[in-house]
Design a protein around this ligand. Structure first.
Ligand code: ARG
Length: 265
């Protein structure tokens, strides 16, 4: 073969390889391991999977577990979408939504005016609020105002972090997960954890936690909402319509009963 012919052959082989590689890249990125067939509509969901009973991992189960996880899968189904859930740190959720890496957030996220400047919210889907967890032998801290002069752990970027910062004279430690906060409490690194009530209650009653207790006082009343990109009013309507449908057809109640028993809504 002449030099020229060899060169042309080499270029042709390279071009073929590049095409093949590009093809592989394309199919694996759209599937993300979920097995979504091409042409299927995929709802990319962001959640911080550290918040039982709303979103958590159970070693024995393949799928993420919890009230939010069941609810968003039901909403996706109702909308005709395949749901893909990504686990993202809580302070990274809204940035991921703004960067359009995800379509919606469901993560026990409280609807707040501050967040509304950056995202849209669905209609409220769960009523929550904040309580405190302290060590069993704690006597000095009974009310939120007693936190003055104490160290308190909260999950970073949460309403707990924002509320505790409002109480004068509190040393706030912002940690990555509620589990980190509870560990810090047990290790005497802080004197209290402020966190969402249902998550504190689940931790105390369902995970066999010892040496700690939840206090009854509620600091706030908060509504959870599904967050959607600021310009995506079309998605907001679809999510709200699906949520409404699930409330009407009893599916929402079934999911609620599965995670919260016959507790009052
Ligand atoms: N409701 C609180 C908030 O919106 C805490 C949510 C934390 N969620 C989680 N999956 N860790 O700030």
């Amino acid at each position: 073969m002449s030099k020229m012919k060899k060169l042309i052959a080499l270029v042709a082989v390279c071009a073929l390889m590049m095409l093949t590689l590009a093809g592989c890249g394309g199919s694996s990125s759209s599937g993300s391991g979920s097995g979504a067939a091409s042409g299927e509509k995929v709802l990319k969901v962001g959640a911080t999977v550290d918040f039982a009973p709303f979103e958590f991992q159970d070693e024995s189960q393949k799928e993420y577990q919890g009230f939010d996880m069941d609810l968003i899968r039901a909403i996706g189904k109702e909308m005709g979408y395949t749901v893909e859930i990504q686990n993202i740190g809580f302070d990274g959720l809204i940035p991921a939504l703004q960067a359009k890496n995800i379509d919606v957030i469901i993560s026990g996220m409280t609807i707040t005016d501050e967040r509304k400047q950056n995202v849209l919210f669905s209609d409220p889907y769960y009523q929550s609020g904040l309580t405190m967890v302290v060590r069993d032998n704690e006597t000095a801290i009974q009310k939120f105002q007693d936190l003055k002069g104490h160290k308190v752990a909260v999950q970073i970027g949460t309403t707990s972090a924002a509320e505790v910062k409002k109480i004068e004279g509190v040393e706030v430690k912002e940690l990555n997960t509620p589990a980190d906060c509870f560990m810090e409490l047990k290790a005497n690194g802080v004197d209290a954890v402020v966190n969402d009530r249902p998550v504190n209650d689940y931790y105390i009653t369902k995970t066999g936690a010892t040496g700690v207790k939840a206090l009854p006082e509620r600091l706030t009343a908060e509504d959870y909402g599904i967050a959607i990109g600021k310009d995506n009013t079309e998605m907001q309507k679809k999510v709200n319509d699906a949520l409404k449908k699930l409330k009407e057809n009893g599916e929402y109640d079934k999911i609620y009963a599965k995670w919260f028993g016959d507790q009052m809504k």
